[in-house]
Design a protein around this ligand. Structure first.
Ligand SMILES: NC(=O)c1ccc[n+]([C@@H]2O[C@H](COP(=O)([O-])OP(=O)(O)OC[C@H]3O[C@@H](n4cnc5c(N)ncnc54)[C@H](OP(=O)(O)O)[C@@H]3O)[C@@H](O)[C@H]2O)c1
Length: 332
C-alpha cells in the first residue's frame, strides 16, 4: 500500500486538507443552472438514506426526476421524507447492503423485475469504518462498499440492459469519489481483494486508496463502454469536498463533540455539497462527454495513476477475477 505521507494520510491531515481546499481559488468553474430539469428521467442513487445521497434524491426529485433510492437503512421512511421535501411522489426505495455481493445481485434482480431503465446512476454510498471488518464473503468491508460493489452494480446494470439507451439517449453514470484518491503512491496489485487488518489510524489511508480504485475504474469504464469513438454513456466522477454528513459516525466517542463543531463550522452542508452531483445529472453541458471529473464545482484532471489505461485494464481484470471467485461471471 502507500508509504507516502500525504495530505490525506490520517483523519487530522485529511480534515485540514478538506478545509484548506475550500478556501483555495477554484479554476474552471462550472455553473449549475437553477432552471435545468430532468422531467420524468429515472435516477438510481445508492446510499440515499443520509448525507449527500439523501440530498441528491431530494434535489433531483425537485427537478422532476423519478428517483429510486437504494438504501441499507431508512426503508421506507427516507423515501417518504424525500417525497415530502421535494413535493414529488415519484420516489421508490429499495433495500440493499452494499457490503454483501448477494444483496447487490438481489437489488439488480428487483430492478429487472420492475423493468426499469435508468437515465442516471449515482454511485454514492460510502463509509469510513473505525477498523477493518470482514463481510459475509470474507472481503474487507470498506473495499467492498467503497469500491467493489460499485464495479459490480455498474456491470450488472449494463449486462442486464437496465440503462435507457433508446432514441440516442446517453445515460450518465455518476461516481462519488474524493480528492483523497491522489494520496496513494502506488497500487498494491498483489494485495488486491485480500483481507487486510487495520485500525482507525490507517482507515483514512485505505479510504484514499479505495477512492483511487474508484477513479481508476471510472476511467476504464468510460473507455470500455465508449468504443470506436462512439459516445454511449457519460461517466462522471466527482469529489464533493468536505461535507457535514454522517460519515464520521464511527469516530471515537471522545472526538465526536469536537468533530461535530469543526464540521458544522468549516464543512459544507449536504444542500451545498450536492451541487456537482446535481450538475452532472441535469446539465446539458455534460451531454457530449464520455468522461469528466469535478472537484467541488471545478473541472479538474484526475490523478495520472487513475487515468493510466494500463492501470485501468489491470483493475478491471482483477475485479472481474475476484468476483468470479465469488461465483459472479459477467456475460458482457
Ligand atoms: N463527508 C465528506 O466529507 C466526504 C468528502 C468526500 C467524499 N465523500 C463521499 O461522499 C459519499 C457520501 O458520503 P456522506 O458524506 O454523505 O456520508 P453519510 O452521511 O455517512 O452517507 C453514506 C451513505 O452510504 C450508505 N452506506 C454505507 N455503507 C453501506 C452499505 N453497506 N450498504 C448500503 N449503503 C451503505 C449509508 O447508509 P446508512 O445510512 O444505512 O448507513 C449512507 O446512506 C461517500 O462516497 C463519501 O466517500 C464524502
Amino acid at each position: 500500500m502507500t508509504e507516502k505521507k500525504g495530505r490525506y494520510s490520517n483523519a487530522f491531515t485529511a480534515t485540514l486538507a478538506g478545509i484548506t481546499d475550500l478556501f483555495r481559488k477554484q479554476m474552471n468553474v462550472v455553473t449549475l443552472n437553477e432552471t435545468d430539469r430532468i422531467e420524468g428521467k429515472k435516477v438510481l442513487i445508492t446510499g440515499a438514506s443520509s448525507g449527500l445521497g439523501f440530498e441528491t434524491a431530494v434535489q433531483l426529485a425537485k427537478r422532476g426526476a423519478q428517483v429510486w433510492m437504494a438504501c441499507r437503512s431508512g426503508v421506507p421512511q427516507k423515501g417518504e421524507e424525500v417525497k415530502n421535501l421535494s413535493g414529488n411522489k415519484e420516489v421508490e426505495i429499495l433495500k440493499v447492503d452494499l457490503s454483501d455481493l448477494d444483496s447487490v445481485k438481489s437489488l439488480v434482480d428487483q430492478l429487472k423485475t420492475a423493468a426499469v431503465k435508468f437515465d442516471v446512476l449515482v454511485e454514492n454510498a460510502g463509509m469510513v469504518p473505525a477498523k477493518s471488518r470482514k463481510t459475509k464473503q470474507g472481503l474487507e468491508e470498506m473495499f467492498v462498499v467503497n469500491y467493489l460493489s460499485k464495479y459490480l452494480l455498474a456491470r450488472l446494470l449494463l449486462q442486464n440492459d437496465l440503462f435507457n439507451t433508446t432514441d440516442g439517449q446517453v445515460p450518465r453514470i455518476i461516481i462519488v469519489a474524493s480528492e483523497s484518491h491522489r494520496n496513494p503512491k502506488a497500487f498494491d496489485w498483489d494485495g488486491f481483494g485480500k483481507y487486510k487488518e487495520y485500525s482507525m489510524g490507517k482507515t483514512v489511508e485505505h479510504y484514499g486508496y479505495y477512492k483511487l480504485l474508484l477513479t481508476t475504474f471510472s476511467n476504464e469504464l468510460s473507455r470500455r463502454i465508449n468504443t470506436s469513438g462512439r459516445l454511449n454513456y457519460s461517466v462522471l466522477a466527482l469529489c464533493p469536498g468536505p461535507i457535514d454528513s454522517n460519515i464520521t459516525r464511527e469516530a471515537p466517542a471522545i472526538f465526536k463533540p469536537l468533530l461535530k463543531v469543526v464540521f458544522k463550522i468549516f464543512f459544507r452542508s449536504p444542500e451545498v455539497a450536492v451541487r456537482p452531483v446535481v450538475y452532472f445529472a441535469v446539465s446539458p453541458e455534460v451531454k457530449d462527454k464520455p468522461l469528466d471529473y469535478l472537484f467541488l464545482m471545478s473541472r479538474k484532471e484526475m490523478d495520472e495513476k487513475a487515468t493510466d489505461a494500463a492501470n485501468g485494464k489491470k483493475l478491471w481484470e482483477l475485479s472481474e477475477a475476484l468476483l468470479r471467485e465469488h461465483g459472479i461471471v459477467f456475460s458482457k
